[in-house]
Design a protein around this ligand. Structure first.
Ligand code: ADP
Length: 161
């Protein structure tokens, strides 16, 4: 049984993330969506809120689990016996950072392999930060994130992004 980890901030989960999760879950026995707990970042949603939203939007995907981790990704990978890390690529601008991360992770643990999945064209411009920015200025975010995320954002909108 092959286990994949799809790590990220997911602040919040977007339809672009969901597309990657769905496509990965068709190819791999089990996909763990790992919410990175990074105290240095000032997130819009708490880790628990991000986990709850991810759980709600993946509840119909049987082989998808949602978890959180902190510290080094390679330590979590070892602990959960993960075979492969999945990352999404939207544009050339993603490449440099992803390349650096993948090579550093391999240096830290030579057995760790990273698979990259190309975005679907309709989500290629989509990121959590652009969704938050549009939302902050009262723009329409329908179709970019699931309805449950829109509701949670409306509830949280007293927060300064
Ligand atoms: P991070 O802060 O680790 O980049 P994100 O939550 O922003 O976390 O993204 C997690 C992963 O999903 C990254 O590999 C990112 O490139 C990918 N991703 C984000 N948005 C999209 C999208 N619209 N299409 C494909 N992949 C995406």
């Amino acid at each position: 049984m092959k286990i994949a980890l799809y790590p990220g901030t997911f602040d919040p989960v977007t339809n672009g993330h969901i597309d990657i999760i769905k496509r990965a879950s068709r190819l791999i026995d089990k996909v763990i969506v790992g919410v990175l707990h990074n105290p240095a970042k000032k997130p819009f949603f708490t880790v628990q809120e991000r986990i709850d939203l991810l759980k709600a939007v993946t509840s119909n995907m049987e082989n998808v689990e949602v978890d959180s981790f902190s510290g080094l990704l390679v330590d979590y990978v070892k602990q959960r016996k993960i075979d492969v890390i999945i990352r999404g690529l939207r544009a050339v601008s993603d490449f440099e950072y992803e390349f650096q991360m993948a090579l550093m992770n391999r240096k830290l643990n030579p057995e760790v392999e990273t698979f990259f999945m190309m975005t679907s064209t309709e989500y290629s411009y989509l990121s959590s930060s652009i969704v938050k920015e549009v939302f902050q200025h009262n723009g329409c975010i329908d179709g970019l994130v699931p309805d449950v995320v829109i509701k949670a954002m409306e509830k949280n909108n007293y927060k300064i992004i």
